[in-house]
Ligand binder design. Structure first.
Ligand code: PEP
Length: 252
């Protein structure tokens, strides 16, 4: 999208001990200077503070992979958005399909998390995407549209919120939609964002960054990132190998 800096985000999922995660973060930072794209890594909660410290002063930002909808309280085992911010995160992934599946995330509860992230000064990355059976039934666009409608709060675009289209069947499988299918979903998402957030410039949905995620690799990144309304990538498996993650970033 013209005037929009691409974002290449790494979702480390439940991977990483200090012994391997800190060298990975440093290696990513070592290749990050001067890139057209903004770089982000999202380690597990235990590593957010250490990775943020290791990356302080570099061109790589740090994010969480989830947050609670409340800012504090009796929620054993959960992490609040202000805590992530305090640990050095500036982004948070929300509504990833693995969390939708494992914890039934979605709906108003997910929108509350997006609102909590924005209130804490974090940039939310809202994940949406259809299952394989929904894709085969021709429902992909409708599913994505409904997921956006239920989870996007007022002020999302003005806060710089990011959306990631991640077809569930493409995550960790080595399979990707066709370029035409990615472009079709991204075009539909753009139209919906412009409708919902009609302000011009950086306040509106016309410049909301729309990432693609699902088996992005160095070999397919350039073609995907060149598609209209694809403003970056959310990368899982390949983000755990610094050389691969940086190769994807250079393709943006
Ligand atoms: C993800 O889970 O966000 C993801 C895109 O995973 P992968 O790149 O491994 O398909």
């Amino acid at each position: 999208t013209p005037g929009v800096r691409p974002l290449i985000a790494g979702n480390w999922k439940m991977h990483g001990l200090r012994a391997d995660a800190l060298p990975l973060a440093r290696e990513v930072a070592g290749g990050a200077a001067g890139l057209a794209a903004e770089l982000l890594v999202c380690p597990p909660f235990t590593l957010v503070a250490a990775v943020a410290e290791a990356l302080a002063g570099t061109a790589v930002a740090v994010g969480g992979q989830d947050c609670h909808a409340a800012a504090r309280g009796a929620h054993t085992g959960d992490v609040a958005a202000p805590m992530l911010r305090d640990a050095g995160a500036t982004y948070v992934i929300l509504g990833h399909s693995e969390r939708r599946q494992a914890y039934g995330e979605g709906g108003a509860g997910l929108r509350a998390k997006v609102e909590a992230a924005i209130a804490a000064g974090l940039t939310p990355i809202l994940c949406v995407g259809e299952s394989e059976s929904q894709r085969l039934a021709g429902e992909a666009e409708a599913v994505v549209s409904a997921q956006l409608a239920e989870a996007l709060p007022e002020g999302f675009a003005a806060a710089g919120g990011v959306v990631a289209y991640e077809p569930v069947w493409a995550i960790g499988t080595g399979r990707t939609p066709t370029e035409a299918d990615i472009a079709a979903i991204h075009g539909a998402m753009r139209a919906q964002l412009v409708r919902d957030f009609p302000a011009g410039g950086p306040q509106g949905g016309g410049t909301t960054r729309l990432l693609y995620g699902g088996s992005v690799k160095p070999g397919n990144a350039a073609a995907i990132l060149a598609l209209p309304d694809v403003d970056g990538a959310l990368v899982g498996g390949a983000s755990l190998v610094a050389a691969d993650f940086l190769a994807i970033a250079r393709a943006a």
